[in-house]
Design a protein around this ligand. Structure first.
Ligand code: UDP
Length: 357
């Protein structure tokens, strides 16, 4: 089989690159995907009631980059959406990220946006350096909120003590002195109106792109002739784990269809301290339309299953660098698993839109 470019993995990284190569360079692209569907972890589908279900957990597109937004807008209309998250602490729901209402609700106080900083000043800690999740949170809002909202969630999610995890894991979660309860504040925030899968299907709709699903690249690699390979799977797997396995956090979902119109007031409720799951997502919040049923997913995090989150602790990054350092002509690693980075969707797209082809 002959092609100009071989891309392994039909997630948002591989698909973005496939489109650019096909369109801007007029190159023939073969995209090989092990799963039976395109889209990687962004894959979604409509359930029998018409609800768009994110098969691999909540995906909220947001970006400050006009270039990224304009690129995707060629392939989709948008459902205007502002993501809201609540945290269930001791049975009560509080806005997450922590804002004025979280503080007053949890403490039973009446701070205002003018004077809540006095509380922050009183409780915040002063570590010498801020280089882990615990210090990053406590240096803003002290140990009480850290313990109730962050410590156990982070342990559950990452399987690591927050002291061992770099602060940038929670960089996206501010502490607010006002009542803004949006999870993200990027310039553009929206959900593809007909879903991520439909958007990506359109990205692939080009005469130069061919997609092979249900195909493990390793089984066909000897039959393919090409000048360049882009690989978006796990880098350690590509090299047959020759230096050992890179640790990943894996998430799994327990889906439930319920005969009620609404299960929870917002799309995502986090459960930092109780239950085995980290959060519950109710998918109908990601689109419009009324249904008498709803679909929820309880999300569990563990160290076995399909890799989804690279765990950016020192030893793991050292091992990743060993893999990254292998001289391998004509193979370029992309995406969250290929680069072993906790990328969001827009970061992946932005990077791939800016590389020279
Ligand atoms: N986090 C937390 N409590 C929460 C929400 C988030 O401690 O209620 C921390 C946790 O370490 C988590 C990180 O912030 O892994 C990023 O969370 P987010 O839900 O934004 O990330 P996602 O899992 O959706 O990539």
């Amino acid at each position: 089989m002959k092609t100009d470019i071989l891309i392994i993995g039909a997630g948002i990284a591989g698909i973005t690159l496939a489109r650019r190569m096909a369109e801007e360079k007029n190159l023939k692209v073969l995209l090989v995907e092990r799963r039976k569907h395109i889209g990687g972890y962004c894959f979604d589908y409509r359930d029998p009631n018409g609800i768009l279900v994110h098969r691999y957990g909540p995906h909220i597109f947001r970006t400050d980059s006009e270039q990224v937004y304009n690129f995707l807008s060629r392939f989709t209309d948008w459902y205007d959406y502002q993501h809201k998250v609540l945290a269930n602490v001791e049975g009560k729901l509080y806005p997450m990220p922590i804002n004025l209402d979280t503080v007053n609700g949890y403490l039973g106080t009446n701070y205002t946006s003018e004077n809540v900083a006095e509380y922050f000043e009183k409780v915040k800690t002063f570590p010498k350096e801020i280089n882990n999740v615990k210090d990053a949170v406590e240096s803003q809002i002290g140990p009480v909120f850290y313990k109730a909202f962050f410590e156990n969630y982070t342990k559950k999610q990452w399987g690591e003590a927050p002291e061992n995890l770099p602060a940038d894991i929670i960089a996206r979660i501010p502490i607010r002195a006002n009542r803004d309860d949006r999870y993200f504040t990027a310039k553009y925030q929206a959900i593809p109106a007909e879903g991520y899968t439909a958007m990506m299907q359109r990205m692939l709709d080009h005469k130069n792109i061919r997609v092979l699903l249900n195909t493990d690249y390793k089984e066909i690699q000897n039959e393919i002739e090409c000048s360049k390979i882009f690989y978006s799977g796990s880098i350690d797997e590509f090299y047959d784990y020759r230096f050992g396995r890179l640790p990943y956090r894996c998430v799994s979902f327990k889906f439930e269809e319920l005969g009620v119109e609404e299960y929870q007031p917002v799309a995502v409720v986090n459960y930092p301290n109780n239950y085995g799951y980290t959060r519950i997502t109710e998918f109908k919040h990601f689109g419009k339309g009324k249904t008498e049923h709803t679909v929820i997913a309880k999300e569990y995090s563990s160290d076995c299953g399909e890799p989804s989150y690279p765990i950016p602790v020192k030893d793991n990054l050292k091992l990743y660098r060993k893999y990254e350092g292998i001289k391998q002509e004509n193979v370029i690693f992309i995406g969250r698993l290929g680069r072993y980075r906790y990328y969001s969707m827009d970061q992946i797209i932005e990077e791939l839109l800016s590389i020279a082809l």
